[in-house]
Design a protein around this ligand. Structure first.
Ligand SMILES: [Zn+2]
Length: 113
């Protein structure tokens, strides 16, 4: 059993897998601490010296040049982008959606600690 505590409100979470735990945490954070999440994403952005422009990002997704861990898509950048992409993706053309799914799977493997 994996356990975690919300750093913001001290709510406790438990899950059978680490992935599930992270998923629950992410949902909780977006639901109850949205402002804090946005602040954190902005801080991450500042730290990595600015996000790749969205247009460039979408083009990279469409052409398959979005490779997690490669060049501008290091862990910090990727983690800052992911929440936005997760929301945005259902409004994107199907090929880009597919591309994002692949990227997301790759990132899970590449950035796994
Ligand atoms: Zn909380």
């Amino acid at each position: 059993m994996y356990l975690a505590t919300c750093s913001q409100c001290k709510t406790k979470f438990r899950a059978r897998t680490r992935t599930k735990l992270l998923e629950i945490m992410r949902m909780h954070l977006w639901k109850y601490h949205r402002a804090w999440m946005i602040k954190r994403i902005k801080a991450g952005r500042a730290k990595t010296g600015g996000n790749p422009p969205v247009v460039g990002l979408l083009r990279d997704l469409a052409t398959g040049d979005f490779i997690p861990g490669y060049k501008k898509y290091k862990r910090d950048t990727y983690e800052a982008l992911k929440p936005a992409l997760d929301i945005l993706v259902k409004h994107l053309p199907p090929p880009v959606q597919t591309s994002w799914k692949v990227v997301d799977k790759m990132a899970d493997l590449i950035f796994k600690k």
